[in-house]
Design a protein around this ligand. Structure first.
Ligand code: GUN
Length: 280
């Protein structure tokens, strides 16, 4: 049997369409939505991600407020900054760029954001609401994955999905948020003893580990949908978790890095900003 043609997802193009929809909605409102981004330290990828958010906000006419704090900022100072933004009526949404330097208690920081401005969907109150089936902000990343899955145009019902991840914060609500897609989802850590056996069983493989070229061809099922969330900076280039050149030869659908999940996540984040601005 000949291999079907692999679809390489164009995240830039798909994201642009979503940004245009947001821009059009924003233009019909009297008040511009406002997003505040707090970035601590010199982590280069984080600076690039925040820059991408800023560019997307400029395109959509969303006001972007940048707060760049030094690496050794005390937690108290960060909490003060968040408190100030919680009260500012021009700010509809707050994002604290992760990862944070070691001196910070991430849970405490996230909990200090007003849940009404929690654009990431990471606040415990937001998670509680989502898990209880109440309406709330869905994580931008999970929404991006949902949209990418839709664009595969494949029948997803009952498909086995494996998510390889090492970070709970991003995936607390993953299974719940995708529950309506009727997938069979399993979340595993990258040090799972049966890692290769598990990834190879996945009809949909999502990798969010952050190790360059971690997923090799032998770990992927033929004709799988492969969604690469991980990004590592190698020299000056972003590289995904998936060995793209190898894996694209057997996948039915694959997202590249850069230009796949990243732009879609930014677009979904801005969708959340718009939604929050309408609720506040
Ligand atoms: N760092 C990388 N991606 C994200 C994200 O979606 N939200 C936050 N807060 N930090 C990130």
């Amino acid at each position: 049997m000949t291999q079907q043609q692999t679809i390489i997802f164009d995240g830039q193009k798909a994201a642009q369409k979503i940004l245009e929809e947001i821009k059009s909605k924003v233009s019909s409102k009297d008040k511009k939505p406002g997003l505040a981004a707090i970035l601590i330290g010199d982590d280069r990828p984080s600076h690039i991600y925040v820059k991408n958010k800023e560019k997307a906000c400029q395109f959509c006419d969303i006001t972007f407020h940048k707060y760049f704090l030094e690496e050794n900022t005390p937690q108290k100072e960060l909490l003060c900054c968040i408190e100030f933004l919680n009260k500012d009526p021009d700010i509809d949404a707050i994002i604290v760029q992760l990862p944070l330097p070691k001196q910070f208690d991430v849970e405490k920081v996230i909990s200090s954001i007003d849940p009404k401005k929690d654009v990431d969907g990471f606040h415990p109150q937001t998670i509680k609401d989502i898990m209880a089936g109440k309406p709330g902000i869905n994580s931008a990343l999970v929404q991006a994955i949902r949209e990418i899955l839709k664009q595969t145009e494949q029948d997803l019902n009952g498909k086995k999905m494996i998510l390889v991840s090492n970070c709970d914060i991003f995936y607390n609500t993953f299974v719940k948020e995708l529950e309506d897609l009727m997938l069979d989802i399993e979340v595993i850590f990258s040090d799972n003893k049966k890692l290769e056996q598990k990834t190879k069983s996945a009809e949909i493989l999502v990798s969010a580990v952050g190790k360059a070229k971690f997923i090799t061809r032998s770990m992927v099922k033929k004709d799988a949908i492969v969604i690469d969330v991980g990004t590592s900076l190698v020299g000056k280039k972003f590289v995904g978790d998936v060995n793209f050149e190898e894996v694209k030869k057997i996948a039915s659908f694959i997202t590249p890095v850069p230009g796949g999940v990243g732009p879609m996540t930014v677009a979904m984040l801005l969708k959340n900003v718009y939604e929050l601005s309408q609720n506040n």
